[in-house]
Design a protein around this ligand. Structure first.
Ligand code: GUN
Ligand code: ZN
Length: 440
């Protein structure tokens, strides 16, 4: 039996990133140990190195878990999704606005019920862990109860999650509206209760500009000013019909992004979903403020929203994360999301390497969220949120990865052919939180 205060060392192939492969050569951005040892103590990475070099120095209090043949890397970071939309994933509609009206808003009304919220949060978190996601930026609903239930469940599992109660005080059904004042008051109470409690963190969550009055966005900006280290999340420039609507509602603003800018909602730790219909001035402003653009490719393809321009964002210096955007997105799997991001870039003649995609889902997201060194890495001192990927998870993956001539080819096969089946195990804060059943 493992002593609770003992160290545990994991033997496997080990991989993490120290910089963006887009900025410097793959080799210099990547730490890859073909036979490595990851030593975990007290929920954190204590040491990492070659097995042969480290094994001899391990004390008697360290047990070794043998994951040889598998690949250990940091847990994935999903920077945009909606837990109350779990049960409406895969619902067809003619684009974003009809989808919101037909499926999303009615479904979200169920989350004023704390029991329903808690049960859905349980399933949702289990599903994230099955897919290897250990941190996510999560939208709740307008009901404070929905956020309360989510944080309770996440806290009980010791997961590092970022979440917030949605704010919306117009242009949505009455049964889903708060007011500028109540939205701000409820959000502040949740910040005080949950931001920094255990591993939980709060995100101010105005749904998107069309469903908030200027008064609400103003109060949200005041809270952002008062609580400098809370996160901000919203939607931006997803769909052309939405762009028209926003122009009518806010005729005095240069662009959609400019509305959020005006209310003080662009900064480090602010994450905007989609960012498809931007211009260069917008990209420059996002880069300058350190605001994260979240690319949600499965959602954008499913809802026909458009093609995110990764090359333009990257060239402008905009930090980029990947999001599943469940339930507009069609998969909880960040591997499937990476595959879709590759295909979207391909459609505009650009290549996204597997190195870049895995970076975006780990270290890149952590840096973009101002959580570098804490999550998204296996460097000593990091929180021990890591996953065990299985290059032989399916017959086809086994066949293809046996042929891989390089790490890049192996990673590319994993993201293209893999999904939850490729995740053999997920650890959070050093504890095993998911282990795939033996036969798939
Ligand atoms: N824009 C405003 N709300 C939503 C939502 O719930 N999903 C998506 N994809 N876009 C939105
Ligand atoms: Zn969304």
């Amino acid at each position: 039996a493992v002593r609770p205060d003992g160290k545990i060392a994991y033997r496997a192939q080990l991989l993490y990133f120290t910089a963006s492969p887009e900025q410097i050569a793959d080799g210099d951005a990547t730490v890859y140990l073909p036979d490595g040892l990851l030593v975990v103590h007290d929920g954190h990475v204590a040491q990492i190195g070659d097995y042969q070099a480290l094994a001899a120095s391990l004390g008697a209090d360290t047990s070794v878990v043998d994951w040889r043949g598998k690949l250990i890397m940091p847990g994935f970071i999903d920077t945009h999704l909606h837990y109350p939309q779990t049960d409406i994933i895969a619902s067809p509609a003619e684009g974003l606005l009809p989808w919101l009206e037909t499926y999303t808003f009615p479904e979200e009304s169920r989350f004023q019920n704390s029991g329903h919220a808690a049960r859905t949060a349980q399933f949702f978190l289990d599903e994230l862990l099955r897919c290897g996601t250990t941190t996510a930026l999560v939208y709740c609903t307008v009901h404070p109860e929905s956020a309360e239930a989510f944080f309770e469940e996440s806290h009980a599992r010791q997961l590092r999650m970022v979440a917030g109660k949605v704010m919306m005080d117009r242009n949505c059904p009455d049964y889903l509206q708060d007011t500028a004042e109540s939205g701000a008051r409820d959000s502040e109470a949740l910040i005080q209760r949950w931001h920094g409690k255990g591993r939980q963190m709060y995100a101010l969550t105005p749904r998107f500009a069309p469903t908030s009055t200027p008064e609400q966005l103003g109060l949200c900006g005041e809270l952002a000013q008062r609580y400098q280290d809370v996160f901000i999340q919203s939607h931006l420039a997803e769909n052309t019909a939405e762009m028209e609507w926003v122009k009518q509602l806010f005729p005095d603003h240069r662009s959609y992004l400019d509305i959020y800018d005006h209310f003080g909602l662009l900064r480090r730790r602010a994450a905007y979903g989609h960012c498809i219909w931007l211009d260069e001035t917008d990209r420059h402003r996002m880069a300058e403020t350190g605001t994260l653009a979240v690319h949600c490719p499965t959602s954008n393809l499913f809802l026909g929203s458009g093609l995110f321009d990764f090359a333009a964002a990257n060239a402008a210096g905009v930090p980029v994360g990947l999001g599943t955007d469940v339930g507009g997105g069609t998969s909880f799997s960040m591997l499937q999301t990476m595959a879709a991001a590759h295909n979207v870039a391909r459609m505009s003649g650009h290549h996204l390497s597997a190195h870049t995609l895995f970076y975006l889902a780990t270290e890149g997201a952590a840096q973009g969220l101002d959580l570098g060194g804490q999550i998204g890495t296996l460097a000593p001192g990091a929180e021990a949120d890591f996953i065990v990927l299985d290059p032989q998870a399916t017959p086809l993956l086994a066949r293809r990865t046996a042929r891989a001539d390089s790490l890049e080819e192996m990673l590319f096969a994993l993201l293209t052919l893999g999904d939850d089946r490729a995740v053999a195990a997920t650890y959070a804060a050093g504890r095993l939180r998911h282990e795939r059943s033996p036969s798939v």
